[in-house]
Design a protein around this ligand. Sequence first.
Ligand code: M7G
Length: 180
Amino acid sequence: PSHSFQNSWTFWFDNPSSKSSQATWGSSLRSLYTFATIEEFWSLYLGVTCIFLSLYNNMHPPTKCVHGADIYCFKDKIDPKWEDPVCANGGKWTMMFPKATLESSWLNTLLALVGEQFEQGDVICGAVLNFRTRGDKISLWTKNAANKDAQLSIGKQWKELLGYTETIGFIFHVRGCKDS
Ligand code: M7G
């Protein structure tokens, strides 16, 4: 028997080589697979995330083709872009991680998302793992940034889930657009 999630989710991947400017951003962004059961989640997680992370962890130093890459897991029908109508009025919570805790933090974040463990989880759009030379990070994208209580609650729950002790910041996508 398969065990279905409340929502369907889609893994996306972006390749850094063509992500050089705001104008070309998104041209290499690809949706990979959509899943709705725990069985599909595990096979995709192992295929998408683990293979990539093991490459990443075993390259000394990691090459350019890894740095700059992004793995996304978003609710089906929500594109992981500021321009998506659901994301447009939202923002993101971001945490930085050392390599040692990056994978477990990513996995625990995904399990909490697909298992609908967040209270007010309907404001969540998805999560992204960014591989960056200046520090790997995971962000949780939310909608309705104006709903401050919901945003604060999500940020707090996520910090508790991962036992993250540093201060985390919320960035509005609109502001992000203007700044870049
Ligand atoms: P990032 O990958 O979110 O973080 O954004 P980083 O600064 O750690 O690399 C990097 C750049 O990619 C941004 O400054 C934008 O130029 C572009 N970019 C990222 N996102 C998520 C979007 C998006 O949703 N829409 C558009 N148009 N550009 C984006």
